[in-house]
Design a protein around this ligand. Structure first.
Ligand SMILES: [Zn+2]
Length: 307
């Protein structure tokens, strides 16, 4: 089952659970690990406490529009149960039947409290959800959409030529992005959300350039894409660590241009890559000379939040 399956087994071996599972949006790179797990493990939902997920059906219901069945996430289980092969199962039905899904629209300006953790929802807003009232396009597999990276250009040259163009993907625009607060410490999870929506969400909760959101780390939006982080957003955030979630295959993410924008704004920071070969591919010696206060955290770095 790959890395996701290993993680599940680790959780199971330790007799732990996934208390809160947030499915941010429906793109394959965010859902495939889960669907593969569900298709191979009839006990999957036993390991889950609560799921937050804006499913297709839920969004159409919310806007009182007729549902489009093609948008449902079909599961093709590999296992056979007492009653035979399972057919026509959807992800939505599985989490619904198991009683783990809140089945409530998650949207900007909501505050969700959970086991002493507070989530301030920044995205999606109403229009981000409304943009999904169509038959959804399936993303091409990454191998087909493979693009060259922008890693050869130096950080300084990226900064000189920087121009922000915003992400227009409706799927990304429906991403659940949030500030997670635990014991007074904030962590910012941006999924693949659109920067103008994140900014509006932060502003709503009182965060401005003069009253920045101080956080322990930021999970950068859209795998560090240059289309999802602008200077305006960076000026609302103060954080020592920025997390890039990407294996670098196919999608050419993160964009070095995005990291250059970040470094130009913050100067001193640590980057954490969940695939640690990426830092070597992206940064040259000259880049480290230009930004001596750039630190790459080791892959086994533990995010320990002190009180
Ligand atoms: Zn993504």
């Amino acid at each position: 089952m790959g890395a996701f399956g290993d993680t599940v087994e680790l959780i199971r071996d330790k007799d732990q659970r996934i208390d809160l599972l947030i499915l941010t949006h429906v793109d394959n790179d965010h859902i495939e690990g889960l669907t593969t797990w569900f298709e191979n493990d009839p006990q999957a939902t036993d390991l889950i406490g609560t799921v937050l997920f804006n499913s297709g059906q839920l969004i159409f219901e919310y806007f009182r529009k007729p549902d489009i069945l093609e948008n449902h996430i079909i599961l093709t289980p590999s296992y056979v149960t007492d009653t035979g092969i399972v057919e026509g199962v959807t992800f939505e039905k599985t989490i619904g039947d198991a009683g783990v899904w809140t089945r409530k629209i998650i949207k900007a300006e909501q505050v969700i409290k959970f086991y002493g953790v507070e989530l301030k929802i920044l995205s999606p807003d109403e229009s981000g959800l409304e943009a999904l009232l169509t038959k959804w396009e399936k993303k091409m597999p990454e191998s087909v959409t493979s693009r060259p990276t922008d890693y050869k250009q130096s950080l300084l040259s990226h900064i000189e030529n920087d121009l922000f163009v915003k992400d227009r993907s409706p799927h990304n625009g429906s991403s659940i992005a949030f500030v997670l607060t635990f014991k007074g410490k904030n962590m910012l999870f941006l999924a693949d959300a659109h920067p103008e929506k994140i900014i509006a969400g932060l502003n709503y909760f009182g965060f401005t350039e003069k009253n920045k959101l101080e956080c322990e780390f930021v999970k950068m939006a859209h795998h560090g894409s240059k289309f999802n982080t602008n200077v305006e957003l960076l000026r609302l955030i103060e954080s020592p660590v920025y997390v890039i979630s990407s294996d670098g295959s196919g999608s050419a993410l993160p964009h070095k241009q995005c990291l250059a924008r970040l470094l130009n704004e913050k100067k001193t920071l640590s980057l954490y890559f969940n695939y640690d070969h990426l830092a070597e591919e992206i940064f040259s010696k000259a880049d480290y000379v230009s930004f001596p206060n750039l630190e790459i955290l080791p892959i086994d770095h533990e995010f320990i939040i002190h009180e």
